[in-house]
Write a protein that binds this ligand. Structure first.
Ligand SMILES: *Cc1c(COP(=O)(O)O)cnc(C)c1O
Length: 403
């Protein structure tokens, strides 16, 4: 099969073929049901086939699909207004993906410094374990050797320091620094929240040094932590923020948000995108916000998160030789495994529950935000059965060794 495949062999795909989805469930071609706590890596924020999203997409499909940014697009004005009213931002640029939202954020920060007469300030400080996408600039920003190798010289202007190390940040600031870029909670890096108070310290530092603070909320944003954006928990706000994944609920959509001041260098002609902000994407993005901004929705996320949190803590106590630690905020949860995490993930898949691998031997649980308490308990039950299976193999291995 693999040899005959017409596709790039860039993904290590699980041998599963899903035909359709219903809420938190994915159903294979053979009719087997899987509890989807991967949610397309935090993309299917409202689960699968949400009637309000399906309706919005269908309705727009009958009107107009694409217009180009040569014309006014009312859906952009509407979604932009809602995003700016709900956040620190005054301006929005729409993209098709997270990496493009980051590209826009990086360009916005560099251009801001340039427009203030500081073209030499183009460096951005980033953090070890970060993930910002797979374009040439964003692999340089993420700084992971495995993503950079063989792709020519690393794009210049990204200086990396250990995550959470304020002294290292201070030491890395030079006359050429434009901004600091951070995920409030690292996703790919292994569900690692920034240490308490760290974002506040970065804000102070940026204000003192005339730097811009950029948050990458591509994974942790759009309700995932129980607030619309994760930065709201920190008591401070960034100057620029990249958003994607959950905002489209499965339709390719991203956004770069900025304050009026931070966006002041982005004049007509400085940036663009053919598809960014396309009417179909705007219809879906607005429909996603209809649901997430509705009264009580984020409260629901926080309530269900508590069920997960307690359930996972119990599992850790029950299986201390399988689970080392539970991490994360809201419905952005990580199980740090004591066994190779791939074994636990496979055992979970055998129980028909999906999670996502991450760095640091962590399995991510990123359930749809519409997950009910009952569905959460069903998931916890399945993770428990998987942990039991993994522990049984450990016991067998130990017995064989002592023989
Ligand atoms: C997924 C992700 C990206 C990249 O998004 P794409 O849509 O894959 O380009 C960037 N930053 C974070 C934190 C992400 O989780």
């Amino acid at each position: 099969m693999a040899e005959a495949s017409p596709l790039y062999q860039t993904y290590m795909r699980a041998p599963l073929r899903f035909e359709r989805g219903e809420g938190v469930w994915l159903i294979t071609e053979n009719g087997e049901r899987y509890l989807d706590f991967a949610a397309g890596v935090a993309v299917n924020s409202l689960g699968h086939a949400h009637p309000h999203l399906v309706g919005a997409l269908r309705e727009q499909a009958d009107k107009v699909w694409h217009l180009s940014n040569l014309y006014e697009i009312p859906g952009q004005e509407k979604l932009g207004k809602r995003l700016t009213e709900a956040t620190f931002a005054d301006r929005v640029f729409f993209t098709n993906s997270g990496a493009e939202a980051l590209e826009c954020a990086i360009k916005t920060a560099r251009r801001y410094q340039f427009s203030k007469g500081h073209g030499e300030r183009f460096h951005i400080i980033t953090f070890e374990g970060a993930f910002h996408g797979r374009t040439l600039a964003t692999i340089a920003a993420g700084g992971q050797a495995k993503y950079l190798e063989g792709f020519g010289p690393k794009a210049s202007g990204f200086d990396q320091v250990p995550f959470g190390d304020l002294d290292a940040v201070k030491a890395a600031i030079t006359d050429e620094t434009a901004a600091i870029l951070i995920e409030p909670i690292q996703g790919e890096g292994g569900i690692r929240p920034a240490p308490a108070g760290f974002l506040k310290e970065l804000r102070k530092l940026c204000d003192e040094k005339g730097l811009l603070l950029i948050f990458d909320e591509v994974q942790c944003g759009v309700g995932r932590t129980g607030k619309l954006f994760a930065y709201e928990w920190s008591g401070i706000a960034p100057d620029i923020m990249a958003v994607a994944k959950g905002i489209g609920g499965g339709f390719p959509l991203g956004a770069c948000l900025a304050t009026e001041e931070a966006a002041s260098g982005m004049k007509a002609g400085t940036h663009g995108s053919t598809y960014g902000g396309n009417p179909l994407a705007m219809a879906v993005g607005n429909a996603v916000l209809d649901v997430i901004l509705a009264d009580g929705f984020l409260e629901h996320v926080r309530d269900v998160a508590l069920v997960f949190r307690q359930g996972l803590a119990e599992l850790k106590d029950r299986f201390p030789d399988v689970i080392e630690e539970i991490r994360g905020e809201g419905l952005m949860l990580g199980i740090k495994a004591k066994v190779p995490s791939g074994e636990l993930l496979q055992a979970m898949r055998d129980q028909h529950i999906l999670g996502v691998p991450a760095g640091d031997n962590v399995i991510r649980l990123l359930p749809p935000l519409v997950t009910t308490a009952e569905e959460a308990r069903e998931g916890l039950n399945r993770v428990g059965l998987a942990a039991e299976k993994v522990r049984a193999t450990l016991d067998t291995a130990a017995r064989n060794e002592s023989r």
